[in-house]
Design a protein around this ligand. Structure first.
Ligand SMILES: N[C@@H](CCC(=O)N[C@@H](CS)C(=O)NCC(=O)O)C(=O)O
Length: 219
């Protein structure tokens, strides 16, 4: 077995897959997409010209899209932690929540980040306003959804939590989860305390100055 992950430690979608790998102690080589290793970017683009990361390479097989990567890992390299439940209906709930975090938390957060990255103050303001509106809706829905639950889909840590951790981490930096949402705040804190995500956060700490909206002095 030879698994390699192309990505960047500070990238939210890379972290989503790192959590899955760390949860199961799956051996892999991390190939950082950074200025010190231009050959990694060349290999990545040759394998996936659509320019999205992370990319998982398993021998000669290329696997992209984080949810597909996590499902692939469970099929091809299963470990002790099942990130997709065996029961098909329970698995459907997990897939829905995974979609929710990607589409309704990660996307608005990334929109604001992209606006700030332009360097144009108008686009930055517009991006932040858009994110605030969308994230408030998502936070309010999650507050009800997570009530009485330890993890997003219930008692077990799943792929939905892999998606939730980096998305809520950066969403809160973008548009703070207010005290009106105590259940969601507590869930985010539980995610930060989970060893797999705590490790990903620590590995990315040195890159915080890159956060274009300004990283807060917490977490
Ligand atoms: N739906 C994709 C999203 C991946 C994604 O947007 N990754 C970001 C990094 S966090 C990226 O590739 N950004 C580069 C770009 O959009 O050009 C997935 O789940 O893998």
């Amino acid at each position: 077995m030879s698994l390699a992950l192309y990505g960047h430690p500070f990238s939210s979608y890379t972290q989503k897959v790192l959590i899955a790998l760390y949860e199961n102690g799956t051996p892999f080589e991390f190939r950082c997409l950074g200025p010190d290793t231009p050959q990694h970017a060349a290999e990545w683009l040759q394998r996936w010209p659509l320019r999205k990361f992370p990319l998982l390479v398993d021998d000669e097989r290329n696997v992209v899209e984080t949810s597909i990567i996590i499902e692939y890992l469970q099929l091809a390299h299963p470990g002790p932690v099942r990130l997709l439940p065996a029961d098909p209906m329970a698995a459907l709930d997990v897939r829905f929540l995974d979609r929710f975090f990607d589409l309704h938390v990660m996307s608005p957060m990334q929109y604001a980040v992209d606006g700030a990255l332009t360097g144009d103050p108008v686009k930055r303001k517009e991006g932040l306003a858009h994110a605030a509106t969308k994230l408030e809706l998502a936070y309010a829905w999650l507050e009800g959804q997570l009530a009485g639950r330890t993890w997003a889909a219930g008692a077990d840590f799943t792929m939905a939590d892999c998606a939730a951790a980096p998305s809520l981490f950066y969403a809160d930096w973008t548009h703070r989860i207010s005290e009106a949402f105590p259940v969601l705040r507590a869930y985010r804190a539980r995610l930060l305390a989970r060893p797999s995500f705590a490790r990903a956060v620590d590995e990315a700490r040195q890159f915080r100055p890159l956060f274009p909206l300004g990283a807060p002095d917490r977490d």
